[in-house]
Design a protein around this ligand. Sequence first.
Ligand code: AMP
Ligand code: ZN
Length: 667
Amino acid sequence: MSLNIENRINQLREELRTHNYNYYVLDNATISDFEFDTKLKELEKLENENPQFFDANSPTQRVGGEVTKNFKTVTHKNRMYSLANSYSLEDLKDWETRIRKLVDDENIEYSCELKYDGASINLVYEKRILVRAETRGDGFQGDDVTTNVKTIKSIPLILKSDFVPNFEIRGEIILPLKGFNKMNAEKMEAGEDPYSNPRNTASGSLKMQDSAEVAKRPLDCLLYQIVADKLPFNTHFEALKEAKKAGFKVPNTIQVCKSIDEVFKFINSWEEKRHNLPYETDGIVIKVNSLQQQDELGFTAKTPRWAIAYKFKAEQVSTILNEITYQVGRTGAITPVANLKPVQLAGTIIKRASLHNADQIAKFDIRVGDTVYVEKGGEIIPKIVGVDLTKRPINSVPTVYITYCPDCNTELVRTEGDAKHYCPNFYGCPTQITGRIQHFISRKAMNIDGLGAETVELLFKEGLINNYADLYELEASQIIPLERMAEKSAENIILGIKASKKVPFEKVLFALGIRFVGETVAKKLAKHFKSIENLSKASFDELINVDEIGDRIAESVLEFFRNLVNIQLVERLKFYGVQLEIKESDLENTSNKLENKVFVVSGVFENFSRNELKKSIEDNGGKVSSSISKKTDYIIAGDKMGPSKKQKAENLDIPLIDEITYSKMIE
Ligand code: AMP
Ligand code: ZN
């Protein structure tokens, strides 16, 4: 009997899976809704009565039900890069010229795809099973949203074929226009405000706590990239084709182009046609098709060199400027903001636009009451690109830029060469104080779990913290009485703060919020000076001697340590046990042996992946460059190094070394 039941359960699962695939991936229904529901109900009943056959990947699990309060942070196995942008065909030509210099082959093919406008997702599969779904986050770490993503019917929970044993596949979670409009119609019927656009609604859906609610939304997932240690394919296109066979939804709008001219044709053909698509797209993504060439091209700090996005022309509308308000940033910089009469632009309702700075306002003579042109380009915040002077009201008055901080009423300053006005009340201006603490706790800095921007404001307002060092003196008993604060969340905050004492020095240095010391600079300084002690004693000359540290940064570092308030803050952090020097264990496998040496890595290696090799060079103080020039000191040549690179190396008399020789250099 039990064997029969198990058989029936498996049979139903298989059938439902196939129907799901036909309907959601192929858009081709092979069964009526009624029949589908009947089978699903039967399966549900059997599973309920026979819990021993539970399977987290059964089609019944698609309806959701699990509630997630806090999404777990996960570190991506492979970084999720963003894409370089281009806005014209010339930009693309330039890109082609750049990559031609780096690729050792006359023939470069391009895979052209639509740029699907939604929320990026990384799906992790092991042995045919979906094990995790991760948001992009900051590219290094994202949120684990598996329970929500499992409710999206076009994403296979189990693959139809073996494909690749362990891999990640990347795609975009989108909300097709039809479903989006339906959701909005229902919202408006209920007298609520409509959702502003499909993209934000899709990404918001991924972070909803109740997966049963997510299951109700008509989300879809379009896949565009496979990442694995080793892919058994020669081209990107082939990888996608095989992924499609394994059950993924890969749009068939992809086209392989043999030249950049063909790419132009592809782009032009979509300029108008894109408005007829069932979902939104804001551009075209062009990728070098050969995986070997992709590997040769590698990545810049933020984007792959082998891909580029082409953004369609920004759409423009005009609307009325109601008011100009001013925002104070964490560094005291003032940004004027245009408050607009709400207007629809590229699928979004726009209410605000950045005005950048006083010069920008003066340039267009922008005045309250004006009809202004608003444009949305690649960036998220729309901008004002002009004024319709024919519509200027008769009584209009020129804008007078503020001279006092809207927050603390201190007189603003503007130093020469700076585009922005600053509030100099660094240690007394509320927004600057909270802004610095918010920066301190942020993910890329101290990454303090459980503590958010609003809580920081609350703690500041209640007088519990005045600077980031104060965080380490907080006690749960002080937090619990605050508004909307439960015991559990108060304890989480304290735990998060405590855990941040383990955050490595380079991140602490970034967290301090020294002007111009971003993530990369902080890394460089930490590595070079090894401790806050050394850094605080460094002279201007010592600072600018560090690779990539210029006058502006050096001056800002000196300025920071000249201030007694900062010295005291740092002393207190030290006292609480925050990492203010590089730990011995962080130094393993690192040295200065390759200092001032520039390497080019070419070909395929036995003992290192290309990325490992590059990291090793950097860890030992060397620099990696992507193209051979007079400045190159060594070329580490692996298998399949291209002949023209070899030629170039010979012409410039640059030594070629193999990976074993390299390993000896750092021993
Ligand atoms: P951006 O957010 O403007 O840097 O653009 C990069 C993002 O575009 C990626 O993170 C993806 O989520 C998204 N994207 C959409 N369609 C594609 C595609 N066909 N190939 C690569 N990325 C895509
Ligand atoms: Zn101020």
